[in-house]
Structure formats: structure tokens, C-alpha cells
Design a protein around this ligand. Structure first.
Ligand code: ADP
Length: 293
């Protein structure tokens, strides 16, 4: 299923800045490109709020069934970047996106793309668990119902809760409120809610920052299982978490221009092991060794 209705002509050349053909940083350390299925191709991405640059120079590829972590100091544009991947910035007043984001080869910002289809295929989980004030069942069934995927709803709900490693804990209380669960269970409920509409990407913006270490470990284990079926992008301020869970890491930092304006930019993107052991940019090394940020 594509995100652009069939039969319409591509307008990507008039709706976006032409993409860079430069190789992605660190690509010499990666598997041969043909061995990886690229889900997102991101070229020269920049985001402004009210005209002021927030983040720029983001060029990287995100591969299927990998966990890609986005790290960097507060304010460098991690959340801004991840929101570009399912067009959440469309909902932010004053936000403008420049550059190219291709999703399975299609321009995500093409005028004909249906944002509702995008958000079904690219789910998102936020920093604070945000279940609806509804039953556990109705939280998970919400997306399938509004997307008219009501066939075998009970099975869909069970499958999503099982994938989110929550089924055994809630199968006897599906009619209880989602808000009655613990914080970690609520976050897994939100993951189940995102999975219920059968996305192929899960975006996670600091998903563990409100959780204790045990609940965090459960989410990290779950991510390892989920990547067999889904592509995952996680923003985290926790470098150890990025090192533990991700296959590749993008490091963003903040720079100040001549007029004193601060904006974020991508410094380095590579296999996580390389970023944490042999980063090629001294700014990455400074950050991961705690010398700045
Ligand atoms: P991070 O996730 O790395 O902490 P953010 O993406 O939240 O960074 O923010 C990047 C920059 O964009 C910051 O300077 C922040 O103040 C600014 N910013 C983020 N969201 C908005 C918004 N809705 N309106 C205006 N500025 C914003």
C-alpha cells in the first residue's frame, strides 16, 4: 500500500528541495547498500519555527528492521527531526520543513499524500504514556475502528497487546481503564495502540524518560523483539540506552551562527558500535565521553 493515491503524477520536484546525492556518513562501514531495505531516505532536511532555523543538514538513510537512535544535547532538534518522519510538524503552527524525506521511495511531503495514511503506517509513542480515558480494549481498538479495520477486532486487539508484551498482564481485565495500569504498562498499552493499525514504522520520542529502570528494561527488551517486524526510530537523551538498543545512531549537536542564533545539525550517523567506539568527528567523541552537552 502506498501513501500516494494511485494514478496521480509525482510532484516531488516542485514540492521539495532537490535531494543531495552525497554518500551518507559512515556508509563505508555498513553492509552493502543492496543488502538493506531503505525505509526513509532523508536528504538536506531542515526545519524552521516561525522562520528561525531549528535543525538543518540532516542527511541519512533509515533501514528496515533496524533500530535507529537519535542522540544529542537538549534543544539540538531530536524531537523536531523525528516529527518530520510522520508529518507531525504539520500540526505545529509556524513549522516549515525543507529538504527531502522519502518513505519507501515516495516523497512524504508530496501534496497528494494523505497525512492520515502516513500516521497509520508510521506510528508514534511519546515521552509520557498517554492512554485515552477508555478501557484497555477500547484504547487498542481505537485506531482500527477509525481506520475501518473492524474485521476480527478481538483478534487485532489480542495481537497488538501480545506484540507489546502486555497481553498476559491484562487479558483478564480488558474492560478496566487504561489509566489504572502502571506507568510502564501504560507505555506498553500506547505501543499496542500504535501497533493495532499495523504500521511498518514505530517512532519513539524518549519513550522511557518517565519510567523506572525495570519498566525501561521491559520496553528495551520489547524493542528488540519488535524490530523483527517493524522499523524503529528512537529519540533518547540516554546514551547508554542508545548504545544498548540501537543498530545505528545519529548524533546531532547545537551550533551558534555568526548572529548568535542556535540551531541543531547532524554531525555523524553510523553503526552504533562505531559511534560509541571510533566516532569520526571530535564533536561526537566529546559528547559521548561527557566532555560537553
Ligand atoms: P530536542 O528534542 O533535541 O531537545 P527540540 O526538537 O525539542 O530539541 O527543539 C529544537 C529547537 O526548536 C529548540 O530551540 C526549541 O526551542 C525549538 N522548538 C521546538 N518546538 C518548537 C515549537 N513548537 N515552536 C517553536 N520552537 C520550537
Amino acid at each position: 500500500m502506498t501513501i500516494i493515491p494511485t494514478g496521480s503524477r509525482s510532484m516531488s520536484e516542485v514540492t521539495t528541495t532537490p535531494g543531495s546525492t552525497e554518500p551518507v556518513l559512515g556508509s563505508e562501514h555498513e553492509l552493502p547498500e543492496e543488502a538493506r531495505e531503505i525505509v526513509f531516505e532523508i536528504r538536506n532536511l531542515a526545519v524552521r519555527y516561525g522562520g528561525a532555523l531549528a535543525v538543518r543538514d540532516v542527511t541519512l538513510d533509515i533501514a528496515a528492521n533496524e533500530i535507529t537512535a537519535v542522540i544529542g544535547p537538549s534543544g539540538c532538534g531530536k524531537s523536531t527531526f523525528i516529527r518530520c518522519l510522520n508529518r507531525m510538524n504539520d500540526l505545529v503552527a509556524g513549522a516549515t520543513v525543507e529538504g527531502l524525506v522519502r518513505f519507501h521511495g515516495e516523497d512524504l511531503y508530496d501534496q497528494r499524500v494523505d497525512p492520515a495514511t502516513v500516521r497509520r503506517r508510521i506510528g508514534m509513542v511519546f515521552q509520557r504514556p498517554n492512554p485515552f480515558p477508555k478501557s484497555i480494549y477500547d484504547n487498542v481498538a481505537y485506531g482500527p475502528r477509525i481506520n475501518k479495520m473492524k474485521h476480527n477486532l478481538d483478534e487485532t486487539v489480542e495481537r497488538a497487546l501480545t506484540h507489546a508484551a502486555l497481553w498476559d498482564e491484562v487479558k483478564d481485565k480488558l474492560k478496566k481503564s487504561g489509566l489504572a495500569l502502571s506507568g510502564g504498562q501504560q507505555q506498553r498499552l500506547c505501543i499496542a495502540r500504535a501497533l493495532a493499525v499495523q504500521p511498518d514504522v514505530l517512532l519513539m520520542d524518549e519513550p522511557c524518560s518517565a519510567l523506572d529502570p525495570i519498566a525501561t528494561a521491559r520496553i528495551e527488551d520489547l524493542m528488540e523483539d519488535l524490530k523483527r517486524e517493524y522499523t524503529i526510530v528512537i529519540v533518547t537523551h540516554n546514551m547508554q540506552q542508545a548504545a544498548r538498543v540501537s543498530d545505528r545512531t545519529a548524533f546531532l549537536t547545537t551550533e551558534v551562527d555568526d548572529s548568535g542564533h542556535r540551531s541543531g545539525r547532524l554531525v555523524e550517523f553510523d553503526r552504533t558500535a562505531t559511534i560509541f567506539t571510533h566516532p569520526s568527528d571530535p564533536r561526537t567523541e566529546g559528547y559521548i565521553t561527557g566532555r560537553f552537552g
